[in-house]
Ligand binder design. Structure first.
Ligand code: SF4
Length: 276
């Protein structure tokens, strides 16, 4: 399918053009989600896309699925309610690093722990972009932000390790430079029965790049190319070689655990049968 056909089929023309800055990675990630859904062959009416608040979360408004643009940090609880109400839906959550790991951090870890069947795509632009460039829990240590003019002194979350520790059953990472990898990982996440999480490392040339002198959008994409290592290559690096780099690919997968809505159905059957 050509890009034009994809836009015609999956986007709401009345909501375009989008608000994102030129060179922003959000369009690449949103395109990857749509291409992944198309690749898996899901019926558009059987997909629910829920977002929180922030630059990335505007994506739900542009997409022609069942969508909810919810409240800050609350995309996952809304998605949880939707999935419990209709487990046949394929639920995709769009969130940002601030939305998911600050105000929504508790929701993220508990959805992972429950292993509820949804796919969370975290657009990691390393900053609160929409509100003017304040640092988030995923702004790298030593970066500048409007709330850290002398650079941050807080260590940032490694969110893939965080959700893995919280017992997510599918954890992956890609970047907007590695677009095909990103599409494939989101497609695998959608097909995974349980809680799947994909970190999409993105470029925010305006609120993060400018403050940290990272060059324009092209230079930020080259940064992604030079700092991401496919998992097989990453595993061969020693600790020194890993400094400043990060692995991409499927970082963790467990297909042995029961999914939450299935367990919930079993619980209902048990209660209706009067058994304890
Ligand atoms: Fe994209 Fe950053 Fe602009 Fe937000 S502020 S739209 S993340 S470039």
């Amino acid at each position: 399918m050509s890009m034009e056909q994809i836009i015609d089929k999956y986007f709401r023309p009345g909501r375009l053009p989008h608000i994102w800055c030129p060179g922003c990675g959000n369009g690449v990630i949103t395109g990857a989600i749509v291409k992944a859904i198309d690749q898996v062959g899901l019926d558009q009416n059987a997909v629910a896309v829920i977002s929180g608040i922030g630059c990335s979360s505007r994506a739900s408004g542009y997409l022609d699925f069942n969508t909810v643009h919810s409240a800050h940090g609350r995309a996952i609880p809304v998605a949880t309610g939707i999935k419990l109400a209709d487990p046949s839906l394929n639920v995709v959550v769009i969130t940002g690093d601030g939305d998911a790991t600050a105000i929504g951090g508790n929701h993220l870890i508990h959805a992972a722990r429950r292993n509820i069947d949804m796919t969370v795509v975290l657009y990691n632009n390393s900053i609160y972009g929409m509100t003017g460039g304040q640092y988030s829990p995923m702004t790298p240590l030593g970066s500048k932000a409007t709330t850290a003019p002398y650079a941050t002194i807080e260590h940032d979350f490694n969110v893939t390790e965080l959700v893995k520790a919280a017992r997510a059953t599918f954890v992956a990472r890609a970047t907007t430079f590695h677009t095909q990898t990103l599409i494939d990982l989101i497609a695998k996440g959608i097909q995974h029965k349980g809680f799947s999480f994909i970190e999409a490392v993105s470029a925010c040339p305006i609120s993060f790049g400018r403050q940290n002198k990272m060059g324009g959008p092209d230079a930020m994409m080259m940064w992604q190319r030079d700092h991401a290592a496919p998992l097989a290559a990453w595993e061969k690096l020693n600790d020194e070689q890993r400094q400043g780099k990060f692995p991409i690919g499927i970082l963790y997968e467990d297909t042995s655990r029961m999914e939450y809505t299935e367990a919930y159905d079993q619980l209902i059957a048990k209660a209706q049968g009067g058994k304890k």
